[in-house]
Every structure is written in structure tokens, then in C-alpha cells.
Design a protein around this ligand. Structure first.
Ligand SMILES: [Zn+2]
Length: 471
């Protein structure tokens, strides 16, 4: 390709036609045209003749460096037109004659580059996903996990339906849906890759009546509504997708555990030295996880407490984590915590070993940079076993129910002397004599399939909408 472009460029700058050059080297113009279009390779004898006629060396003629910006553009447009992404536009092939101006070619190349970029998004490699998670967690820590604008949006929604206090009723939640101009349809055939579908043209929300994984129908409903209340546009990339999801989840929690009533409630409990996540869960009829996570939203801003939050599975793999109390999480080299295995002496793992893993478990853990008091719980109403941990620095334990616990462990993690490396005597006996076959990791930690909404099967969703739109 470059050779042909170069040949054409040299010929034209010397004011020669194909016929002129053909005459000098003793070839038909059509043969030279094939060379210039990259459809033939020249033999050495012809190369020498061409170089001589054009007044350049053979090396110059064969140089891989494109001869000019014009030639570069011509090459780029030719290559673009061969790209399947470009061909999917079904445009007629553009033949670049010399009267096509450079700036037109610049535009075509620019538009093609953008087309290529957009068609590639927002696919996230596991590394990108981890990096996006790490960035987001840093932002959350900087603001004490409190999002003022979302609190305000939630409060406006609650004011609009005349909320006074306590847990929200089903009627109040329906009033919220109506207030935002949506109608609700419960369906049985929701595509498997989604937790809800919204027909934005007809402002209809589709969801299932049953819980999906960790989320109850009313949580999913409010999360979905959150995207519209907060004015989310289609996600630009994976980081944007993730941020929107965190914000929508925050909105749902801020509606179900309103700041206006939860803060006075928690402040009173703190004054009585009787703070507890389970009470917050019971008062607002939410999951234990939502109550614990919501606590982290309000603790620093309104209770003058720093804290941490972890969700991990039975093998100690972390799925979700937050801290602004100096807890040092295990991380990979991108700074990501998700997918890492936490210390076996932390409460989120100890709770699985306790005699009754489903009761509330309290523990002090001595760590290299201080002692934390934590409350951990495995929610028995969930289909999969996850431990939820809420923890605070030692001196703040005095505000919490469960501070009198006698459970105490010592953790040296993240150094290898704690639990990352096996004990030396065990290792000496077994190293090199074992072949463990690993279980595949959960999909949440693996690469997400591409698409505007990562992991969502768009065909399923459109088919679903077709089916229901006619009702
Ligand atoms: Zn450890």
C-alpha cells in the first residue's frame, strides 16, 4: 500500500502521467496503475527503472515512511474503508481522485476514528473495571460517602408524596412512581440479563414481583427510578456506567431510609450508646446490607464517625468495600479491592466460623495500624451467603451495641506472615506436591460483555419490549 502511494506521489510531483512514466520504463500505463493501487508487487528490474526515471534511489522508493500528509490520508481512508465497522455503514466505495481536497480526507479519517472508538465502548476489561471501581471508591471516601445532591433529590421525592416517618409502604412507593410520571407493570418474562426494563417512550417500568438476588422488588424499582430522577444519560463508558449505578442505588437507599428521619433516630441511639445496624434494618424494613451501607452514608456527615463496610463471600473474596477509617484492604496493582481475598482473622470471615453464623457477630481485630471493632452478619434471607461487615476504629466502639464482646483476633495482613502465605512447616511438607483445580470466579469479577449497558442482552430486551408494547 505505502509503496503504491509513494510511487503515485513521486510521479505526480514530477508532473508525469501514467503514460509518461510508462513510456520511460517500457510498461503499459495499466500495469503501473496496478502498482500504484497496491495490486501488484514490482520486480527488482522494474523498481530500478522506476527509481531512475523518477530521480530517486531504490531505497527511497521502498521507504515505509509515507511520503506526505496527503499520501497518509489516502492510505488512512483506504484502510478505513476496509474496516468491517466502516463497511457496516453500507456506503459506496469512495475513490480518492486528486480533486478530493485534503480537508475532506481529514474529516473522513476523523469521523472514522470516532466511529471506531464508539463502536468499541463501553467494553470493560477486568482491569478497566477494577480501575473504575478504585477511582469511584476514592471519590466516595473524599466525601465521606455522602452525596448531597442525591439526598436532596430523595427528600424532594419524599416531600412530594407527603412522607412523615418510618418504613415506606407499598402505596407510598407507588405514589413515588406516579409522581415521576411512570406506570408500573409486573411481568414474568423479564429478560434474564436485567433487573428491570424501562420503556422511556411510554414511561413504563417493567419488573418482577420476586426478589432478584440481593434486591427486593421495591429496591429495584427505586434504583430504576433513580436513573431518571437523577437525569442519567446513556453511559459514555464503563466508569460512567458504574457511577450511575452507584448513584441510582444511593437514591433508592436514601428514599427507603430517609435522611430526615434516620439521622435523628441514629443520633439518639448514639447518645444512648446503642447504635446498631439491625435496628436500622428493622425500623425501615430494608435488607441488612442496605442498612449497613446506608449507615456509611450518614455516619461521617451526621454522627461524626469514620467507618468501613465490606461484603465478602464465604471464601473471603471481597465483592464490595468502602472505608474512611484507615482500614487497609488487600489490593491488586491497579488499586482494586474487588476480587481480593481478605484476612482470615477479620470478622467477615470469622462470622462464617462462629457457632451460629446467622446471628449478629461482634469482634475486635488488632491490625498493624490499630484496632477495629466490627459487627458482621450473614443475612439468612439471601440465596447466597455473603457476610456484611460494618466496622469502626476502637475508640468509637463505645457508641455501639455489642462493644462488650470478648471475641478478639490479631491480623498482620497484608504482610505474608499472617495468613497470605501458608505456615512454614506445612509448606515444607506439601510444596510442589499438590495440584489444586481452581473454581471459576464469579462473573462480577470477570470481563463484562460489551454493549451500551454492559452485560445486558439488547436483543432480549427489545424483544421483550415488542411483546409488551402492544398490550
Ligand atoms: Zn491475615
Amino acid at each position: 500500500m505505502t509503496f503504491g502511494q509513494r510511487l503515485r506521489h513521486l510521479r505526480r510531483t514530477r508532473g508525469m502521467t501514467l503514460a509518461d512514466l510508462g513510456e520511460r520504463v517500457g510498461r503499459a500505463p495499466s500495469q503501473l496503475s496496478l502498482l500504484e493501487n497496491g495490486k501488484r508487487e514490482p520486480k527488482l528490474s522494474l523498481l530500478t527503472a522506476l527509481a531512475k526515471s523518477l530521480g530517486v534511489s531504490v531505497e527511497d522508493l521502498l521507504s515505509r515512511q509515507p511520503p506526505s500528509r496527503r499520501a497518509q490520508l489516502e492510505i488512512a481512508v483506504e484502510e478505513a474503508q476496509r474496516d468491517p465497522v466502516y463497511r457496516s455503514l453500507a456506503l459506496p466505495h469512495l475513490k480518492i481522485g486528486k480533486r478530493v481536497p485534503n480537508d475532506v480526507l481529514e474529516h473522513i479519517v476523523g469521523l472514522y476514528e470516532e466511529l471506531k472508538r464508539r463502536s468499541a465502548k463501553p467494553t470493560a476489561t477486568p482491569e478497566e473495571a477494577r480501575r473504575a471501581n478504585a477511582d469511584l471508591r476514592r471519590q466516595m471516601r473524599e466525601r465521606g460517602n455522602y452525596f448531597e445532591a442525591i439526598e436532596k433529590a430523595a427528600q424532594e421525592t419524599l416531600d412530594a408524596i407527603g412522607y412523615r416517618g418510618g418504613a415506606l409502604s407499598q402505596g407510598q412507593i407507588l405514589a413515588i412512581v406516579t409522581h415521576h410520571g411512570f406506570t408500573l407493570r409486573y411481568v414474568q418474562d423479564l429478560p434474564r440479563s436485567v433487573r428491570s426494563v424501562t420503556d422511556t417512550r411510554n414511561r413504563r417500568l417493567y419488573l418482577k414481583r420476586e426478589s432478584l438476588g440481593m434486591h427486593s422488588p421495591r429496591t429495584i424499582l427505586l434504583q430504576t427510578l433513580g436513573h431518571f430522577v437523577l437525569g442519567h444519560a446513556q453511559p459514555r463508558d464503563f466508569a460512567d456506567f458504574l457511577r450511575q449505578r452507584v448513584e441510582a442505588n444511593y437514591f433508592a437507599a436514601a428514599v427507603l431510609i430517609p435522611e430526615s428521619t434516620a439521622v435523628p433516630y441514629l443520633q439518639e441511639a448514639k447518645a444512648a450508646r446503642d447504635l446498631s445496624v439491625e435496628d436500622l434494618r428493622d425500623v425501615y424494613s430494608v435488607s441488612y446490607e442496605m442498612a449497613a451501607h446506608r449507615f456509611t452514608n450518614l455516619a461521617t456527615r451526621h454522627l461524626d464517625l469514620v467507618c468501613h463496610f465490606i461484603r465478602n463471600d464465604e471464601t473471603g473474596i471481597i465483592y464490595k468495600a468502602y472505608e474512611n477509617d484507615g482500614l487497609i484492604f488487600p489490593t491488586d496493582d491497579t488499586g482494586a479491592i474487588e476480587g481480593q481475598r481478605m484476612c482470615r482473622y477479620w470478622s467477615g470471615r470469622q462470622v462464617f466460623a462462629s457457632p451460629d453464623r446467622y446471628s449478629i457477630y461482634h469482634q475486635y481485630t488488632d491490625k498493624p495500624n490499630g484496632t477495629h471493632w466490627c459487627v458482621a452478619h450473614v443475612d439468612p434471607s439471601r440465596e447466597r451467603n455473603f457476610a456484611i461487615t460494618l466496622g469502626v476504629p476502637y475508640k468509637e466502639s463505645r457508641w455501639f451495641r455489642g462493644r462488650e464482646t470478648t471475641h478478639r483476633t490479631k491480623s498482620e495482613c497484608p504482610t505474608g506472615e499472617c495468613c497470605v502465605r501458608p505456615p512454614a512447616d506445612l509448606a515444607a511438607r506439601w510444596e510442589g506436591n499438590v495440584w489444586p483445580s481452581a473454581r471459576a470466579h464469579s462473573h462480577v469479577l470477570a470481563a463484562l460483555p460489551p454493549g451500551t449497558f454492559p452485560g445486558v442482552d439488547e436483543t432480549d430486551v427489545y424483544t421483550f419490549l415488542e411483546r409488551h408494547a402492544v398490550e
